[in-house]
Design a protein around this ligand. Structure first.
Ligand SMILES: Nc1ncnc2c1ncn2[C@@H]1O[C@H](COP(=O)(O)OP(=O)(O)O)[C@@H](O)[C@H]1O
Ligand SMILES: Cc1cn([C@H]2C[C@H](O)[C@@H](COP(=O)(O)OP(=O)(O)O)O2)c(=O)[nH]c1=O
Length: 220
């Protein structure tokens, strides 16, 4: 069985990523792929419980980081690795880049420590002990001011969404740094465009990366 495709969507709150999940799922299904659609924090009963704590309760950045990585570990073991081993497409709304952007850049937590946690939780894959990383990360890049306008009135803000625009400037810078550090994995989507134009960018990126080829997984 071929290795599956691990695809993540990232960006600040309100960047517009969730708006394209249905169409992405449909695109893969139309090509005969089995799609596991999931999210972080979350994706398993335990991880969804931890998500509720992280999004609703105040806590220090270390506690927050430990909880998101604990949720991630369960998600990887229970859902992501089995799906990839089956050859499925894992379509995941956020993953570890969000931890570096939100807990690292946004909350100012030590990124060296986050790298250690990343190694513990995602390392040791295969004989070479590789780090589990998405094959492709679509980074929806949008100015925090525009994201805030889009979110105003759209839904009840959670703990992060109620942060000031300055917080999201740091988070956006965190995403930019993470993208610069692993450029081959990231595709920057200009999320300031209309919904249709953003979708065109998403589709073009998936075609360019070979992600829509019949069930053989995608090249990096
Ligand atoms: N390209 C776009 N232009 C204008 N508004 C958009 C666009 N994409 C999404 N929206 C709206 O912006 C808000 C946030 O979008 P959403 O997909 O929930 O963002 P995210 O999942 O990144 O937080 C929603 O109200 C959505 O309808
Ligand atoms: C995955 C992850 C998310 N988050 C935050 C980012 C978002 O504000 C929030 C949940 O993300 P999201 O699923 O995008 O929420 P919604 O669909 O309601 O917009 O959790 C972290 O702080 N650290 C993480 O590691």
């Amino acid at each position: 069985m071929s290795e599956g495709l691990f695809l993540t969507l990232e960006g600040i709150d309100g960047a517009g990523k969730s708006s394209h999940l249905d169409a992405m799922e449909a695109l893969f299904k139309a090509r005969g792929r089995t799609v596991v659609r999931t999210r972080e924090p979350g994706g398993t009963p335990l991880a969804e419980t931890l998500r509720g704590l992280v999004l609703e309760q105040a806590m220090d950045p270390l506690t927050e980081s430990l909880l998101v990585f604990a949720a991630r570990r369960d998600h990887i073991v229970q859902v992501i690795e089995p799906a990839l081993a089956r050859g499925d497409v894992v379509l995941c709304d956020r993953f570890t880049d969000a931890t570096f952007a939100y807990q690292g850049a946004g909350r100012g937590f030590d990124t060296q420590l986050l790298s250690t946690l990343e190694q513990w939780v995602q390392g040791g894959r295969g004989a070479a002990g590789l780090l589990l990383q998405p094959h492709i990360t679509l980074w929806f890049d949008l100015a925090p001011e525009i994201a805030a306008e889009r979110l105003a009135g759209a839904r009840l803000p959670d703990k992060f969404e109620s942060q000031p625009v300055e917080f999201f400037r740091r988070v956006a810078a965190g995403y930019a740094a993470r993208a610069a550090a692993d450029a081959p994995r990231f595709v920057r989507i200009d999320a300031s465009q209309t919904r249709d134009q953003v979708w065109q960018q998403v589709e073009t990126a998936l075609v360019a990366r070979g992600a829509l080829a019949p069930a053989t997984g995608a090249a990096r």
